[in-house]
Design a protein around this ligand. Structure first.
Ligand code: SF4
Ligand code: SF4
Ligand code: FES
Length: 232
């Protein structure tokens, strides 16, 4: 199998370059991450990437695979076009090779205040929610913050400091519709901005690449509809 891997060590390399590798996958190597780790173990242990769970749960091995963001650990090698071109998530500062600095991504995520806001006195045990209200969170709470969507979004690429981006907006909607949250109006006011929400141009890259099958673009549309309803 042939791989072409983005290499860049800012402390040593004058500029980034692509390095080609050839490797024979073992019969147990089913996913792309298995093959990358094999190359690293057998040929070049300086190849740098993040990974942890190997199950599509932690979100840390997000990278650009043949031009499309995804998680290497749940990308089957069968059917991958070769050479498999691996680059870091687009638009983020490169720390080294396939590792990017996600500070901007997390800053936008934190900016939507991703936690329940409710000043009412806490009940003795817990804040209850009906099964119907709980079901509204399906398709939202499963986000693993891998950043595949946000870094594939052209609008975020152009305005990463101003546009919240699809991952953050998916979570904004998750708290807007949570029946236990009491800050809906503040949340909507915060997003009612030419950049924070309205930079989304419905290009749909986000929903297309989400490895969890979530639909940030639909959540963004729903926030817009709630806003329009609130203005009436
Ligand atoms: S739908 Fe909006 S958030 Fe998603 S990729 Fe397009 S512009 Fe970005
Ligand atoms: S919405 Fe999907 S692609 Fe975006 S951060 Fe969450 S899991 Fe990753
Ligand atoms: S290693 Fe955790 S999602 Fe791939």
């Amino acid at each position: 199998m042939r791989l072409s891997i983005f290499r860049y060590d800012p402390e040593r390399d004058p500029k980034p370059y692509m390095q080609d590798f050839e490797v024979v996958p073992a019969p147990t190597d089913r996913m792309l991450l298995d093959v990358i780790l094999r190359v690293r173990d057998e040929q070049d242990d300086s190849i740098t990437l993040r990974k942890s769970c190997r199950e599509g749960v932690c979100g840390s091995d997000a990278m650009n695979i043949n031009g499309r963001n995804g998680l290497a650990c749940i990308t089957p090698i069968a059917g991958l076009k070769e050479p498999v071109v691996l680059r870091p998530l687009p638009g983020m500062p490169v720390v080294r090779d396939l590792v990017v600095d996600l500070t901007q991504f997390y800053e936008q995520y934190y900016s939507i205040r991703p936690y329940l806001m409710n000043d009412e006195p806490a009940p003795q045990k817990e804040r209850l929610q009906s099964p119907e209200d709980r079901a509204k969170l399906d398709g939202l709470y499963e986000c693993i913050l891998c950043a595949c969507c946000t870094t594939q979004c052209p609008s975020f690429g152009w305005n990463p400091d101003k546009f919240v981006g699809p991952a953050g907006l998916l979570q904004a909607y998750r708290f807007i519709i949570d029946s236990r949250d009491r800050a809906t109006r503040e949340r909507l006011e915060d997003l009612n901005d030419a950049y924070r929400l309205f930079r989304c141009r419905t290009i749909m890259n986000c929903t297309e690449v989400c490895p969890r099958g979530l639909a940030p673009s639909r959540a963004i549309e729903k926030i817009r509809l709630i806003m329009a309803g609130a203005r009436k």
